[in-house]
Design a protein around this ligand. Sequence first.
Ligand code: PLP
Length: 355
Amino acid sequence: MKHNFGAGPCILPQDVFKDAAKAVIDFNGLSLLEVSHRSRDLIKVMEEAQSLVKKALNVPEGYSVLFLQGGASLGFTISALNMMRDSKSAGYINTGTWAKGAINEAKAVGIDVNVFANSEDTNFNYIPKDFVVPSDVDFIHYTSNNTIFGTQFQYVVNTDLPLICDMSSDIFSKKIDVSKFDIIYAGAQKNLGPAGATLFIVKEEVLGKSTSSFMPKYLNLKNHVDKDSMLNTPPVFSIYTSMLNLRNLIENGGVDAAAARNEAKASMLYNEVDSNPLFKSAVQGIDRSKMNATFLLTNDSLKDQFDAMWNDAGIIGLKGHRSVGGYRASMYNALSIESVKILTEVMNEFTRKNG
Ligand SMILES: *Cc1c(COP(=O)(O)O)cnc(C)c1O
């Protein structure tokens, strides 16, 4: 039995893996992978996946759901290009690697980026506070969960301007108020499905208004909305598996129930980190992510011992990102509380032996 704490691509429910595997062999007599995306069966899959996203997140009228390609990394470019208006400037919050990626891509398409809040001074171990959101820019962009350092916004950034959010690593982990956003995007492989699809939730009234002179057909969200997310061949396997995972999410109580489970997992782990003298949290207080918990050893010379112990327990993917060091426990929706319990037991046992 493996306990996959990997940051992404990540764990999905076993039943989802099984049903996806079945469809690769037999999807109404053919393999899912050889069916035309123009066939009725595949159009039904796309429609169900879109409607399950709407159901799970209570998406209001006037929003479209798209499954595109290029990952959240191309989402940086797509969101900026589509929201560019007359001022050709935008406000970005820099909370780490992915936020920085978004900033760089906005600059690359000619946007004058105002980084009005930044936690780079201490290697991104907190969510900036007391910032003033600019009002003279085309849009505001932030990253809801910093997958790498393990910080997370516990609220929606307040602005009257159009709001874009990269929710790659915490979408579907809790309730969100979609009406506050103009574009939400997320790579599928953190909480939704296999890599390949990028989810976009787009307010239709913002489409077709970009002032960018550079606008390749694929990057224009309006073209995708007009073609019901079938402008070109969509990433069929990723969408199908995402659909299965969304069915599973809804059968298990939807995002509210998932949020309660995620709260329980995160507090179990953070309680252990806080009470165990051989560990310390990399992030403090309210800014700590419920999806990606980062922690360090208080005595680095014990690293090999701890690593051997969690490896022996079947734990996978616990090594911290190289920019942070230490450990990162990613606790996406499909990770069970039993897996978190195993990890805390290993931490306990480690301290009993070495404390
Ligand atoms: C993983 C991640 C990305 C990059 O996603 P790709 O789909 O690999 O491009 C971007 N933003 C956040 C918050 C992420 O966690």
